[in-house]
Ligand binder design. Structure first.
Ligand code: PLP
Length: 395
Protein backbone atom coordinates (compact mmCIF):
# COMPACT_ATOMS: atom_id res chain seq x y z
CA UNK A 1 0.00 0.00 0.00
CA UNK A 2 1.22 3.52 -0.76
CA UNK A 3 0.41 6.15 1.85
CA UNK A 4 1.31 9.81 1.44
CA UNK A 5 1.47 11.21 4.97
CA UNK A 6 3.65 14.26 4.39
CA UNK A 7 1.02 16.87 3.62
CA UNK A 8 2.67 19.48 5.82
CA UNK A 9 5.55 19.42 3.31
CA UNK A 10 3.30 19.69 0.29
CA UNK A 11 0.00 18.35 -1.01
CA UNK A 12 -1.38 16.89 -4.23
CA UNK A 13 -3.13 19.42 -6.47
CA UNK A 14 -6.90 18.87 -6.24
CA UNK A 15 -8.96 18.02 -9.32
CA UNK A 16 -10.82 21.31 -8.94
CA UNK A 17 -7.58 23.28 -8.78
CA UNK A 18 -6.14 21.47 -11.78
CA UNK A 19 -9.32 22.10 -13.77
CA UNK A 20 -9.07 25.80 -12.97
CA UNK A 21 -5.43 25.91 -14.07
CA UNK A 22 -5.49 24.02 -17.35
CA UNK A 23 -7.31 26.61 -19.54
CA UNK A 24 -4.81 29.27 -18.39
CA UNK A 25 -1.97 27.58 -20.27
CA UNK A 26 -3.38 27.53 -23.80
CA UNK A 27 -6.62 29.53 -23.76
CA UNK A 28 -6.55 32.41 -21.27
CA UNK A 29 -2.79 32.82 -21.50
CA UNK A 30 -2.85 36.59 -22.04
CA UNK A 31 -0.80 38.99 -19.96
CA UNK A 32 -3.15 40.74 -17.51
CA UNK A 33 -1.28 44.01 -18.14
CA UNK A 34 -2.15 43.94 -21.86
CA UNK A 35 -5.01 46.11 -23.12
CA UNK A 36 -6.28 43.59 -25.70
CA UNK A 37 -9.07 41.10 -25.03
CA UNK A 38 -6.88 38.06 -24.25
CA UNK A 39 -5.05 40.19 -21.69
CA UNK A 40 -8.28 41.48 -20.21
CA UNK A 41 -9.65 37.94 -19.86
CA UNK A 42 -6.56 37.05 -17.83
CA UNK A 43 -7.06 40.23 -15.79
CA UNK A 44 -10.61 39.09 -15.01
CA UNK A 45 -9.33 35.73 -13.76
CA UNK A 46 -6.80 37.53 -11.60
CA UNK A 47 -9.41 39.74 -9.98
CA UNK A 48 -11.76 36.78 -9.47
CA UNK A 49 -8.95 34.92 -7.70
CA UNK A 50 -8.20 37.96 -5.55
CA UNK A 51 -11.87 38.15 -4.57
CA UNK A 52 -11.86 34.50 -3.47
CA UNK A 53 -9.00 35.11 -1.04
CA UNK A 54 -10.50 38.38 0.20
CA UNK A 55 -13.89 36.79 0.85
CA UNK A 56 -12.55 33.75 2.70
CA UNK A 57 -10.18 35.81 4.88
CA UNK A 58 -12.77 38.58 5.46
CA UNK A 59 -10.45 41.10 3.78
CA UNK A 60 -10.77 43.65 0.98
CA UNK A 61 -9.46 42.55 -2.44
CA UNK A 62 -7.08 45.56 -2.40
CA UNK A 63 -5.41 44.04 0.66
CA UNK A 64 -4.48 40.83 -1.20
CA UNK A 65 -1.09 40.59 -2.96
CA UNK A 66 -0.06 37.48 -4.86
CA UNK A 67 3.50 36.27 -4.30
CA UNK A 68 5.61 33.29 -5.36
CA UNK A 69 4.74 31.42 -2.16
CA UNK A 70 4.79 31.44 1.62
CA UNK A 71 8.48 32.27 1.97
CA UNK A 72 8.20 35.40 -0.15
CA UNK A 73 5.00 36.48 1.63
CA UNK A 74 6.68 36.06 5.04
CA UNK A 75 9.76 37.98 3.93
CA UNK A 76 7.74 40.85 2.48
CA UNK A 77 5.43 41.02 5.52
CA UNK A 78 8.29 41.29 7.99
CA UNK A 79 10.31 43.71 5.86
CA UNK A 80 7.28 45.95 5.36
CA UNK A 81 6.44 46.12 9.07
CA UNK A 82 10.11 46.68 9.92
CA UNK A 83 10.42 49.55 7.42
CA UNK A 84 7.29 51.19 8.81
CA UNK A 85 8.61 50.78 12.35
CA UNK A 86 12.04 52.16 11.51
CA UNK A 87 10.43 55.30 10.11
CA UNK A 88 8.94 55.90 13.57
CA UNK A 89 12.19 55.01 15.36
CA UNK A 90 10.80 51.62 16.45
CA UNK A 91 13.21 48.79 15.81
CA UNK A 92 12.13 45.96 18.12
CA UNK A 93 10.39 42.83 16.80
CA UNK A 94 8.85 39.97 18.79
CA UNK A 95 8.53 36.48 17.33
CA UNK A 96 8.93 32.90 18.54
CA UNK A 97 11.63 30.24 18.54
CA UNK A 98 9.59 27.79 16.49
CA UNK A 99 8.73 29.90 13.43
CA UNK A 100 9.41 28.64 9.91
CA UNK A 101 12.85 29.53 8.57
CA UNK A 102 11.23 31.99 6.15
CA UNK A 103 10.45 34.09 9.24
CA UNK A 104 13.54 33.26 11.33
CA UNK A 105 16.02 33.93 8.53
CA UNK A 106 14.33 37.21 7.60
CA UNK A 107 14.63 38.21 11.26
CA UNK A 108 18.35 37.28 11.15
CA UNK A 109 18.75 39.64 8.19
CA UNK A 110 16.83 42.40 10.00
CA UNK A 111 19.00 41.91 13.10
CA UNK A 112 22.06 42.59 10.94
CA UNK A 113 20.36 45.78 9.78
CA UNK A 114 20.05 47.00 13.37
CA UNK A 115 16.70 45.61 14.53
CA UNK A 116 16.45 44.08 17.97
CA UNK A 117 14.70 40.70 17.97
CA UNK A 118 13.03 38.90 20.89
CA UNK A 119 12.20 35.23 20.21
CA UNK A 120 9.68 33.88 22.71
CA UNK A 121 10.30 30.51 24.36
CA UNK A 122 7.95 27.69 23.49
CA UNK A 123 5.99 26.22 26.43
CA UNK A 124 6.03 22.39 26.72
CA UNK A 125 2.56 22.13 25.14
CA UNK A 126 3.73 24.02 22.04
CA UNK A 127 1.28 26.89 22.52
CA UNK A 128 2.65 30.42 23.01
CA UNK A 129 0.53 32.54 25.37
CA UNK A 130 -0.75 36.10 24.86
CA UNK A 131 0.81 36.89 28.27
CA UNK A 132 4.25 35.99 26.89
CA UNK A 133 3.68 38.41 24.03
CA UNK A 134 2.43 41.16 26.36
CA UNK A 135 5.43 40.72 28.69
CA UNK A 136 7.87 41.08 25.77
CA UNK A 137 6.38 44.34 24.44
CA UNK A 138 8.61 47.43 24.61
CA UNK A 139 7.94 51.07 23.75
CA UNK A 140 10.00 50.54 20.58
CA UNK A 141 8.24 47.32 19.46
CA UNK A 142 6.97 47.67 15.89
CA UNK A 143 5.91 44.10 15.06
CA UNK A 144 4.81 40.80 16.57
CA UNK A 145 5.02 37.73 14.30
CA UNK A 146 3.53 34.48 15.64
CA UNK A 147 2.61 31.60 13.35
CA UNK A 148 -1.02 30.45 13.22
CA UNK A 149 -0.18 26.74 13.43
CA UNK A 150 3.25 25.17 13.61
CA UNK A 151 4.40 23.21 10.56
CA UNK A 152 6.13 20.45 12.52
CA UNK A 153 4.08 19.84 15.64
CA UNK A 154 0.80 21.30 14.37
CA UNK A 155 -0.02 23.27 17.52
CA UNK A 156 -2.52 26.09 17.03
CA UNK A 157 -1.63 29.43 18.57
CA UNK A 158 -4.12 31.76 20.32
CA UNK A 159 -4.21 34.14 17.36
CA UNK A 160 -7.28 36.28 18.31
CA UNK A 161 -5.91 36.80 21.83
CA UNK A 162 -2.45 37.76 20.53
CA UNK A 163 -4.12 40.02 17.97
CA UNK A 164 -5.95 41.79 20.78
CA UNK A 165 -2.74 42.32 22.78
CA UNK A 166 -1.03 43.80 19.71
CA UNK A 167 -3.92 46.05 18.73
CA UNK A 168 -4.18 47.40 22.29
CA UNK A 169 -0.44 48.20 22.23
CA UNK A 170 -0.58 49.75 18.76
CA UNK A 171 1.86 47.15 17.39
CA UNK A 172 1.46 45.43 14.00
CA UNK A 173 0.65 41.71 14.09
CA UNK A 174 1.81 39.28 11.39
CA UNK A 175 0.91 35.60 11.33
CA UNK A 176 2.42 32.93 9.11
CA UNK A 177 -0.81 31.08 8.35
CA UNK A 178 0.69 28.73 5.76
CA UNK A 179 -0.26 25.58 7.71
CA UNK A 180 -3.59 26.96 8.90
CA UNK A 181 -5.01 28.33 5.65
CA UNK A 182 -7.71 26.07 4.27
CA UNK A 183 -7.63 23.97 7.45
CA UNK A 184 -8.77 26.43 10.15
CA UNK A 185 -11.18 29.39 9.93
CA UNK A 186 -9.36 32.71 9.43
CA UNK A 187 -10.97 36.13 9.83
CA UNK A 188 -8.43 38.96 9.70
CA UNK A 189 -10.94 41.45 11.17
CA UNK A 190 -12.18 39.39 14.10
CA UNK A 191 -8.65 38.14 14.82
CA UNK A 192 -7.10 41.64 14.51
CA UNK A 193 -4.43 40.42 12.09
CA UNK A 194 -2.52 43.13 10.15
CA UNK A 195 -0.34 40.91 7.94
CA UNK A 196 -0.85 37.27 7.00
CA UNK A 197 0.96 34.83 4.69
CA UNK A 198 -0.35 31.71 3.03
CA UNK A 199 0.85 29.27 0.38
CA UNK A 200 -1.28 27.35 -2.11
CA UNK A 201 0.67 24.10 -2.16
CA UNK A 202 -0.21 23.39 1.47
CA UNK A 203 -3.95 23.18 0.71
CA UNK A 204 -4.03 21.21 -2.56
CA UNK A 205 -3.13 24.14 -4.75
CA UNK A 206 -0.01 24.34 -6.96
CA UNK A 207 3.51 25.20 -5.84
CA UNK A 208 4.76 28.70 -6.55
CA UNK A 209 1.70 30.70 -5.51
CA UNK A 210 1.29 32.53 -2.22
CA UNK A 211 -0.75 35.35 -0.78
CA UNK A 212 0.24 38.25 1.41
CA UNK A 213 -2.68 39.93 3.15
CA UNK A 214 -1.73 43.43 4.33
CA UNK A 215 -4.23 45.71 6.11
CA UNK A 216 -4.85 48.91 4.11
CA UNK A 217 -2.84 51.06 6.55
CA UNK A 218 0.31 48.91 6.15
CA UNK A 219 2.32 49.98 3.10
CA UNK A 220 4.31 47.14 1.55
CA UNK A 221 7.98 47.49 0.65
CA UNK A 222 9.30 45.76 -2.45
CA UNK A 223 11.23 42.53 -2.17
CA UNK A 224 11.26 42.24 -5.98
CA UNK A 225 11.62 45.30 -8.27
CA UNK A 226 10.13 45.74 -11.71
CA UNK A 227 6.83 46.77 -13.27
CA UNK A 228 3.53 47.90 -11.86
CA UNK A 229 1.93 44.50 -11.18
CA UNK A 230 0.23 44.00 -7.80
CA UNK A 231 0.12 47.79 -7.23
CA UNK A 232 3.84 47.90 -7.97
CA UNK A 233 4.50 45.98 -4.75
CA UNK A 234 5.09 42.59 -6.33
CA UNK A 235 6.34 43.17 -9.87
CA UNK A 236 6.60 40.39 -12.45
CA UNK A 237 4.03 39.01 -14.89
CA UNK A 238 1.39 37.33 -12.76
CA UNK A 239 1.48 33.52 -12.61
CA UNK A 240 -2.14 33.24 -13.71
CA UNK A 241 -2.34 29.41 -13.85
CA UNK A 242 -0.95 29.05 -10.33
CA UNK A 243 -3.05 31.93 -8.98
CA UNK A 244 -6.24 30.43 -10.46
CA UNK A 245 -5.33 27.01 -9.06
CA UNK A 246 -4.60 28.58 -5.67
CA UNK A 247 -7.98 30.34 -5.59
CA UNK A 248 -9.91 27.23 -6.65
CA UNK A 249 -8.09 25.13 -4.04
CA UNK A 250 -8.68 27.74 -1.32
CA UNK A 251 -12.37 28.05 -2.15
CA UNK A 252 -12.71 24.27 -2.05
CA UNK A 253 -10.74 23.89 1.20
CA UNK A 254 -12.74 26.63 2.93
CA UNK A 255 -16.07 25.22 1.75
CA UNK A 256 -15.17 21.71 3.00
CA UNK A 257 -13.25 22.76 6.10
CA UNK A 258 -15.56 21.36 8.78
CA UNK A 259 -16.20 18.17 6.86
CA UNK A 260 -12.47 17.61 6.28
CA UNK A 261 -11.65 18.27 9.93
CA UNK A 262 -14.38 15.84 11.04
CA UNK A 263 -12.78 13.20 8.79
CA UNK A 264 -9.22 13.93 9.92
CA UNK A 265 -9.49 14.35 13.69
CA UNK A 266 -10.49 10.72 14.41
CA UNK A 267 -7.70 9.48 12.10
CA UNK A 268 -5.18 11.73 13.85
CA UNK A 269 -6.35 10.66 17.29
CA UNK A 270 -6.20 6.98 16.38
CA UNK A 271 -2.62 7.39 15.18
CA UNK A 272 -1.70 9.28 18.35
CA UNK A 273 -3.32 6.65 20.60
CA UNK A 274 -1.72 3.75 18.71
CA UNK A 275 1.76 5.23 18.49
CA UNK A 276 1.98 6.64 22.03
CA UNK A 277 1.18 3.09 23.25
CA UNK A 278 4.69 2.14 22.03
CA UNK A 279 7.02 2.24 25.08
CA UNK A 280 9.27 5.29 25.42
CA UNK A 281 7.43 7.38 22.89
CA UNK A 282 5.99 10.84 23.44
CA UNK A 283 3.65 13.11 21.54
CA UNK A 284 5.11 16.49 20.61
CA UNK A 285 2.73 19.36 21.31
CA UNK A 286 -0.73 19.53 22.81
CA UNK A 287 -2.98 16.57 21.89
CA UNK A 288 -6.05 18.68 21.05
CA UNK A 289 -4.89 22.20 20.19
CA UNK A 290 -3.30 20.92 16.99
CA UNK A 291 -4.10 20.79 13.29
CA UNK A 292 -6.69 18.12 12.48
CA UNK A 293 -4.16 16.15 10.40
CA UNK A 294 -0.93 16.52 12.41
CA UNK A 295 0.77 13.73 14.35
CA UNK A 296 4.31 14.25 15.67
CA UNK A 297 6.08 11.95 18.12
CA UNK A 298 9.52 11.20 19.46
CA UNK A 299 10.73 7.61 19.92
CA UNK A 300 13.70 6.97 22.13
CA UNK A 301 16.69 5.00 20.84
CA UNK A 302 16.17 5.47 17.10
CA UNK A 303 17.25 7.84 14.33
CA UNK A 304 14.48 9.56 12.42
CA UNK A 305 16.09 9.15 9.01
CA UNK A 306 16.43 5.35 9.36
CA UNK A 307 12.78 5.24 10.33
CA UNK A 308 11.83 7.31 7.27
CA UNK A 309 13.79 5.07 4.90
CA UNK A 310 12.20 1.90 6.28
CA UNK A 311 8.75 3.49 6.16
CA UNK A 312 9.42 4.50 2.57
CA UNK A 313 10.35 0.89 1.75
CA UNK A 314 6.85 -0.02 3.00
CA UNK A 315 5.26 2.68 0.83
CA UNK A 316 4.73 5.23 3.60
CA UNK A 317 5.92 8.81 2.95
CA UNK A 318 6.48 10.69 6.22
CA UNK A 319 8.89 13.23 7.66
CA UNK A 320 11.19 13.70 10.64
CA UNK A 321 12.89 16.51 12.49
CA UNK A 322 16.13 14.59 12.73
CA UNK A 323 19.43 16.14 11.71
CA UNK A 324 19.72 14.84 8.15
CA UNK A 325 16.21 15.86 7.21
CA UNK A 326 16.67 19.31 8.75
CA UNK A 327 19.72 19.79 6.51
CA UNK A 328 22.11 20.52 9.39
CA UNK A 329 23.88 18.73 12.22
CA UNK A 330 21.25 19.88 14.68
CA UNK A 331 17.82 18.30 14.90
CA UNK A 332 14.68 20.39 14.36
CA UNK A 333 14.75 23.81 16.03
CA UNK A 334 11.05 23.29 16.79
CA UNK A 335 11.60 20.13 18.86
CA UNK A 336 14.59 21.71 20.63
CA UNK A 337 12.49 24.81 21.41
CA UNK A 338 9.85 22.48 22.81
CA UNK A 339 12.46 21.27 25.28
CA UNK A 340 13.24 17.90 23.74
CA UNK A 341 16.88 16.88 24.36
CA UNK A 342 19.00 16.44 21.19
CA UNK A 343 19.02 12.63 21.32
CA UNK A 344 15.23 12.52 21.70
CA UNK A 345 14.63 15.10 18.96
CA UNK A 346 16.66 12.93 16.55
CA UNK A 347 14.08 10.16 16.89
CA UNK A 348 11.04 12.11 15.71
CA UNK A 349 8.34 11.21 13.23
CA UNK A 350 5.79 13.56 11.65
CA UNK A 351 2.75 12.12 9.92
CA UNK A 352 0.67 14.86 8.31
CA UNK A 353 -2.63 13.74 6.83
CA UNK A 354 -4.87 15.42 4.28
CA UNK A 355 -8.53 14.90 3.41
CA UNK A 356 -7.33 12.33 0.85
CA UNK A 357 -6.03 9.93 3.50
CA UNK A 358 -8.28 7.04 4.56
CA UNK A 359 -8.95 4.94 7.66
CA UNK A 360 -7.38 1.95 5.84
CA UNK A 361 -4.17 3.92 5.40
CA UNK A 362 -4.11 4.74 9.10
CA UNK A 363 -4.58 1.04 9.91
CA UNK A 364 -1.67 0.23 7.64
CA UNK A 365 0.58 2.82 9.32
CA UNK A 366 -0.36 1.42 12.74
CA UNK A 367 0.44 -2.07 11.46
CA UNK A 368 3.84 -1.16 10.09
CA UNK A 369 5.40 1.33 12.52
CA UNK A 370 5.75 -0.85 15.67
CA UNK A 371 7.65 -3.57 13.79
CA UNK A 372 10.05 -1.09 12.22
CA UNK A 373 10.66 0.54 15.59
CA UNK A 374 11.46 -2.76 17.29
CA UNK A 375 13.83 -3.65 14.45
CA UNK A 376 15.64 -0.28 14.71
CA UNK A 377 15.83 -0.47 18.49
CA UNK A 378 17.28 -3.99 18.37
CA UNK A 379 20.14 -2.67 16.25
CA UNK A 380 20.64 0.53 18.24
CA UNK A 381 23.61 0.75 20.66
CA UNK A 382 21.81 3.64 22.39
CA UNK A 383 18.72 1.49 22.97
CA UNK A 384 20.95 -1.26 24.33
CA UNK A 385 22.41 1.14 26.90
CA UNK A 386 18.93 2.38 27.80
CA UNK A 387 17.72 -1.18 28.30
CA UNK A 388 20.72 -2.09 30.46
CA UNK A 389 20.17 1.01 32.59
CA UNK A 390 23.52 2.47 31.49
CA UNK A 391 21.77 5.67 30.51
CA UNK A 392 18.51 7.09 31.80
CA UNK A 393 15.31 7.06 29.77
CA UNK A 394 14.36 10.63 28.89
CA UNK A 395 10.84 9.85 27.74
C1 PLP B 1 5.70 25.60 3.76
C2 PLP B 1 5.76 26.73 4.73
C3 PLP B 1 6.29 27.98 4.38
C4 PLP B 1 6.92 28.23 3.03
O1 PLP B 1 5.99 28.25 2.01
P1 PLP B 1 6.53 28.07 0.49
O2 PLP B 1 5.32 28.37 -0.34
O3 PLP B 1 7.00 26.67 0.37
O4 PLP B 1 7.62 29.09 0.30
C5 PLP B 1 6.28 28.99 5.31
N1 PLP B 1 5.75 28.80 6.54
C6 PLP B 1 5.23 27.62 6.92
C7 PLP B 1 4.64 27.48 8.28
C8 PLP B 1 5.23 26.55 6.03
O5 PLP B 1 4.71 25.38 6.43
Amino acid sequence: MNVYADNAATTAVSKTALAAMLPCFQETYGNPSSLHSPGQRAEELLSEARAVFAKNLNANPREITFTSGGSEADTQALRSAAALGARKGKRHIISTKFEHHAVLHTLDALAKEGFSITLLDIPPDGVVTPEQVRAALRPDTCLVSVMFANNEIGTIQPIPEIGAVCREAGVLFHTDAVQAAGHLPIDVEAMQIDLLSLSAHKFHGPKGAGVLYARRNVPLVNVVYGGGQEHGKRPGTENIPAICGAAAAFQEACANMEQNAAHLRPLRDRLIAGLTAIPHSALNGDALRRLPGNVNLCFEGIEGESLLLLLDSKGIAASSGSACTSGSLDPSHVLLALGRPHEVAHGSLRLSLSAYNTAEEVDYILDVVPGILSYLREMSPVWDELEKGQRPHLI
